[in-house]
Design a protein around this ligand. Sequence first.
Ligand SMILES: [Zn+2]
Length: 228
Amino acid sequence: MRMRSGVLPVFWVWVLAALPAVACQADVVTRLPTKEKVLALTFDGCETVTPSYVDESIAAYLAREKIPFTLFASGKFARRNRERLAELAALPFVELENHSDSHHLHMERLSRAQQQGEVIGNEAPLAAITGRKPRFFRFPGGYYDGAALKAVEDLGYRVVHWSFASGDPDRHLSAERLYRGVVEQSRPGGILIFHINGRGYQTGAALPRIVETLRQRGYRFVRLDELL
Ligand SMILES: [Zn+2]
């Protein structure tokens, strides 16, 4: 059977043009691929210059209540908090992932070699804690461009950000406003973001109510790797 010329070739040109972009570069993940009432709690363990430690008002609560969560640690934070992170990562409901080595706030301004160095430099500290290579990456401050994204994805990572900012690094945000903001903006498949390095000022105070209310509304919590 002969194909009519003109129609199909145009279609195939379009398909071939579209394929590489789809195959080589995914978008930054900002929600889980589900319509079910599922949420991912994620916490950033950032350290740039000032020494930062695991916020026990958050970590102890999550561990005690066995609530699944994902912690994105920078290299400095991972090295400084190695013992505590090892205890947490040993829990089956805790996932530890890559938040760059030095937490350079604008990775999009670095060269490709430097960008990949930021990712690879944190693999050994994290692997020393978890025994495996991390799978997910989060850009410091959420700043990136297409080239930075590709540099990270070429190393085999999926880049995971968040559905909406909780705003917890704001000293002026009360626990009540943090609670209401998160509960009101949560939707099925949402990825929530907080800070577990002492900069989530009211997170430890607000988190139990956030978890309780969302569970009452039918939500359950998952690690990122359960759905990505
Ligand atoms: Zn950070």
